[in-house]
Design a protein around this ligand. Structure first.
Ligand SMILES: NC(=O)c1ccc[n+]([C@@H]2O[C@H](COP(=O)([O-])OP(=O)(O)OC[C@H]3O[C@@H](n4cnc5c(N)ncnc54)[C@H](OP(=O)(O)O)[C@@H]3O)[C@@H](O)[C@H]2O)c1
Length: 313
């Protein structure tokens, strides 16, 4: 609770509250009875995104690169969540600027505003020493945030859901392609997690499960797959026989360089960088289990993708 406020209303500001993950965090917090501000550069999207919900968040225009708008957005908040993404660098929007500097500035604005809790969304594999500028910025960002504000760092594995850019694409391509290309030899391990489970975990951390001080959670789904196993699992759910072909990372990098210029950047170099290493939750860090969130199986998420009207996302 903001010490300057006499109100007992619990306000949570979610930066990136219109995004793939952010809007689910907003929804879960509203369901728990909290007052929520969804902060983004395009607040006009909020009305449509929450049109069928019982409650809608307050839509706030804020750019994480613009300190006055950030200060206004966090003022009076009990908790702040940073769920802002940047997957492709463009002009001023560099990984260093958004994931390190702006993340630390948001943490500082929250501290100055006497916010009680700061949750920063990063990703499994974040590493300040990485050769990849994306992975390095995610790692440096975590350090910059934690040294500014004792924060909860959330590192999800790759997230899935009906409107994702991962599983949805795999489902579509497996139906389409006679031979499916692998990242390298396809032996990299990953632990896809349902986006709603990550949102639920974050909402629990804010609503009663605050571990206090700085802590890191790694959130993975119920099963660890190699990339090749995951493709075969999806194909078996779709009743399709799949043939796979290894494709060297150097070729993927060239494809991603081109794809980054296409609308919606369907493939990016940071995705390729992430695919070079295992993306599995660490056994020695807390995760969904500690927050008593039962992770959803991939076959359920595939069903949601195939029949979006039947199941809530
Ligand atoms: N998706 C995954 O599988 C995955 C896996 C691991 C970690 N993560 C991490 O999870 C977080 C959320 O990712 P996501 O996939 O949900 O992202 P997303 O769908 O791209 O949403 C990003 C959100 O941030 C807002 N935003 C972007 N730039 C902003 C700025 N300069 N100022 C204020 N708001 C800004 C966007 O709205 P506007 O454009 O309107 O501002 C949007 O609401 C990111 O940190 C991401 O790296 C994602």
């Amino acid at each position: 609770m903001n010490s300057g406020s006499q109100s007992t209303e619990r306000i949570v500001t979610v930066f990136g509250g219109t995004g793939f993950l952010g809007r689910r965090i907003v929804r879960r917090l509203l369901e728990k009875g909290l007052t929520v501000r969804a902060a983004s550069r395009h607040p006009e999207r909020v009305a449509a995104l929450f049109s069928s919900d019982a409650r809608a968040p307050e839509a706030v225009r804020a750019d994480i690169l613009d300190p006055p708008s950030v200060a206004l957005a966090v003022a009076g908040s009990q908790a702040v969540v940073n769920a802002v993404s940047l997957y492709v660098e463009r002009g001023n929007f560099t990984f260093e600027r958004v994931h390190v500097k702006a993340a630390a500035d948001l943490a500082a604005a929250s501290r100055n505003s006497k916010v009680g809790q700061f949750v920063h969304v990063s990703g499994i594999g974040s590493d300040p020493g990485s050769e990849s500028s994306y992975i390095r910025a995610r790692g440096r960002g975590e350090h910059a945030v934690m040294s500014t504000f004792p924060s909860v760092i959330i590192r999800p594995s790759v997230m899935t859901g009906p409107d994702d850019v991962f599983l949805t694409v795999l489902v579509r391509l497996i139906r389409l392609l006679p031979i499916y290309p692998l990242f390298g030899d396809g032996e990299m391990r990953l632990q896809p997690v349902y986006v709603g489970d990550v949102a639920e975990a974050i909402s629990r951390l804010i609503d009663g499960n605050d571990p206090g001080g700085s802590s890191i959670f790694e959130l993975g789904g119920p099963h660890v797959y190699t990339y090749q196993e995951l493709l075969r699992e999806i194909a078996s759910q779709l009743n399709i026989r799949i043939r796979v072909m290894p494709v060297p990372f150097a070729v993927w990098n060239v494809l991603a360089r081109v794809a980054e210029f296409l609308p919606g950047a369907p493939l990016t170099r940071n995705q390729i960088d992430l695919m070079r290493h295992d993306n599995v939750a660490a056994a020695d860090l807390p995760g969904l289990n500690e927050l008593e969130v039962q992770p959803r199986a991939i076959r359920e998420v595939i069903r949601m993708i195939e029949h979006p009207h039947r199941l809530a996302a």
